[in-house]
Design a protein around this ligand. Structure first.
Ligand code: TGC
Ligand code: FAD
Length: 388
């Protein structure tokens, strides 16, 4: 079924020609190149690596970073629309692009030396090198400040020891941005994954984000030269700043997945007859469709405003938390309701809603769980942190 878009409040009128052009280009790419192959990748639990060079040529990797490092220099609304469209295809594809841009290129751009930026950013933008971001550990997920990975100084650099878990792109990466403690201070390191002592075994048997690679990172006396320390990355605030970038993209992505599920729910219920009527004519069904459209529209407005604030440099991270929290919930709620309205047909890969629903369970958890974003907002409102 061709995607017709969901724009009840004429949000198109709030976009520039360029933003619409970017959105429509990625929309076409998703319809023509992603939708036809993604079910097979989801079923076989493989990532469509063949799309990496295509997305790189389209300027989607690190798309909101400057041209001088080989990036597309999009504004943040255009970048958000890219994320929306990619996640309309599959959260795994958006995850890949989020990690490469927001969690690998952004920290090098923000905390790296000029030499590190010139060395790595163009390669990452062209998709010739792939990166991952290692913050979470087996015993430290929501509480990354408790990490146990350590960096020890030596004559020529650093030696890293520790384990990271649930790392997107880990097994297919050339570099890992690894966060480790030096004494009590957290620092970021560019770890080249072919360094002796580094392993990235893939985590198998996932029932969510199956078209995405997720891995452990095991660092056993891994030597990292001094030139690969991110010199400006001191403190937990540094990885949290990276998370803001990824959470921003997810706020748009959740709505993309919701739009796909909503359109299927409308089409399916209009075409499915029970009791001699299309089920779309029943009030209980219309109640769910009205709820979906309302929540999607609110989520779209939230994402659009977030983007404009980000472009104006006025964004507080609690505003990003509100949008990540809300819009991933909208995605999951819409996917679950769409699945319900499609009856038994909703549970197969013949329609994308169950795939989106399974994916969004991870998106609800990663980049700060729904609870954690509630508590970030709680701290913003009251000044009182409830998570510690
Ligand atoms: P806390 O003491 O509150 O903060 C330490 C310092 O950081 C500042 N800060 C932030 N700065 C920028 N952005 C943010 N979002 C910030 N949050 C806090 C804070 O003001 C403080 O600054 P300063 O100057 O006083 O030092 O830190 P805490 O240890 O109490 O933790 C706070 C908490 C729980 C909110 C934080 O740790 C958190 O966000 N936890 C969630 C962890 C998380 O989101 N992990 C994600 C891992 S990566 C991932 O999931 C990738 S999925 C990718 C994909 O496939 O798409
Ligand atoms: P926990 O922190 O153990 O949380 C379990 C439950 O307890 C949740 O409901 C949580 O909300 C709740 N909880 C915890 N603390 C509190 C509190 N203070 N108050 C109330 N409730 C609380 N990480 C990376 O570093 N890089 C990646 O690329 C990456 N990719 C991922 C890909 C996938 C597919 C998944 C599933 C995860 C990925 N993650 C990645 C890890 C992700 O960020 C963590 O899973 C997430 O931060 C939650 O940590 P946890 O799973 O250890 O859950």
């Amino acid at each position: 079924m061709p995607f017709i878009g969901v724009d009840f409040y004429r949000i198109d009128d709030l976009l520039t020609d360029e933003e619409r052009m970017v959105r429509d280009t990625v929309r076409r790419f998703v319809d023509e190149r992603v939708i036809p192959i993604i079910d097979k990748h989801f079923e076989e639990a493989t990532f469509p690596t063949e799309l990496i060079p295509v997305m790189a040529r389209m300027g989607l990797l690190g798309a909101n970073l400057p041209e001088q490092y080989g990036c597309a220099n999009m504004n943040n609304v255009a970048y958000g629309l890219v994320m929306q469209e990619l996640e309309r295809g599959d959260s795994g594809l958006r995850s890949f692009v989020s990690v490469q841009g927001a969690l690998v290129m952004y920290p090098i751009f923000t905390f790296g030396s000029e030499e590190q930026k010139r060395t790595w950013l163009p390669l990452l933008a062209r998709g010739e090198k792939i990166g991952c971001f290692g913050l979470t550990e087996p015993d430290h997920g929501s509480d990354p400040g408790g990490m146990e990975t350590r960096a020890r100084r030596t004559d020529k650099g650093w030696v890293l020891n520790g384990t990271k878990r649930w790392i997107t792109n880990g097994t297919i990466s050339d570099i890992a941005i690894v966060w480790a403690k030096v004494d009590d201070e957290i620092n970021g390191f560019i770890v080249e994954t072919n360094t002796p002592g580094f392993q990235a075994p893939e985590i198998k048997a996932k029932l969510s984000l199956r078209a995405s690679v997720t891995s452990d990172l095991i660092l056993d006396d891994v030597f990292v030269p001094e030139s690969n320390l991110l010199p400006l990355s001191s403190g937990l605030k540094a990885p949290l700043m990276c998370l803001n970038q990824a959470r921003y993209g997810i706020a748009w992505g959740g709505i993309g997945a919701a739009m796909a599920c909503y359109q299927w729910a409308v089409e399916y219920t209009k075409g499915r007859t029970q009791f001699d009527k299309p089920i779309a004519q029943f009030q209980l069904v219309q109640d769910k469709l009205a709820h979906m459209l309302t929540e999607i529209t609110k989520g779209q407005l939230l994402a659009w405003r977030l983007g404009r604030l980000k472009d104006q440099g006025k964004l507080h991270f609690a505003q990003t938390s509100m949008a990540k929290r809300n819009n991933v919930w909208v995605g999951l709620e819409t996917a679950r309701l769409a699945r319900d309205l499609m009856g038994a047909s909703g549970i197969t890969l013949e329609y994308p809603v169950f795939r989106h629903m399974c994916n969004l369970e991870s998106v609800y958890t990663y980049e700060g769980t729904h609870h954690i974003h509630t508590l970030i907002l709680g701290e913003y409102i009251t000044g009182l942190p409830a998570y510690k």
